[in-house]
Ligand binder design. Sequence first.
Ligand code: ADP
Ligand code: MG
Length: 265
Amino acid sequence: MNMTAPISQSVRSPVLVRARNVHKSYGQHEVLKGIDLDVRVGETIVILGPSGSGKSTFLRCINHLETMQGGSIVVGDEQVGYQMRGGKLYRASPGVMARQRKDIGMVFQQFNLYPHLTVLQNITEAPIGVHGEKRAEAEAYARALLERVGLSEKESAYPRQLSGGQQQRVAIARALAIKPKLMLFDEPTSALDPELVGEVLATMRDLATQGLTMIVVTHEIGFAKEAADRVIFMDDGKIVEEGSPEQVLVNPTQPRTRAFLNRFI
Ligand code: ADP
Ligand code: MG
């Protein structure tokens, strides 16, 4: 793996996620109003936006957790899960869905580790139980991941014996265990005590510089400045502004972006 892919390189790399005119409603409430986004292999995209702007819903559409009412999302070269076309619901075959899910890892605000399993068991559960990997191989890979997130000495611990920051790093290792092509992070540090946020962001920054493709919803502006190749500002179900961290965070052109960023100064 190229450990330090410069931005210019990821800009030229193939498109991994291609979202076009994505519409999503809950009943009469339109939550996504036509989202277009390309994410290239190796890019780190940070999505900012006020609460309720549709950030989580968009990630959930990419990860097959929602039915779209219009538009399309392609991950790799395959159409994602369900979608409506001409008033009809189209659904990818179970085989395609399973394969696509294997390509996408997700980390949530609530880490939701299995409390009755050790750290190592939490990480190997999906590779062994869902994807049929051999135990020895799954454990060897899990140990390598624990080293990557700086928790080698915790493999036999139970989640309750770990801090929130350590639990979230285990959750990141667990998501990486299926060897995803794409990682989605939905406010991964929002549930943490302030003094534990830094260690999780540092882990994510490492992953970004190691060339993983990541879409990160966060309010951590510092992380966006340092780690993002591109920053997206969403409001009211639309992408309002998009560009380099410098463009969006330092010189935003849209009043709504400016108003949002002013809250963090
Ligand atoms: P964000 O992550 O940007 O805070 P969300 O994507 O969670 O925003 O939510 C966008 C809007 O969709 C909000 O108004 C929220 O109340 C609504 N919403 C989210 N999930 C559901 C759901 N399962 N049912 C109905 N409304 C929902
Ligand atoms: Mg959200």
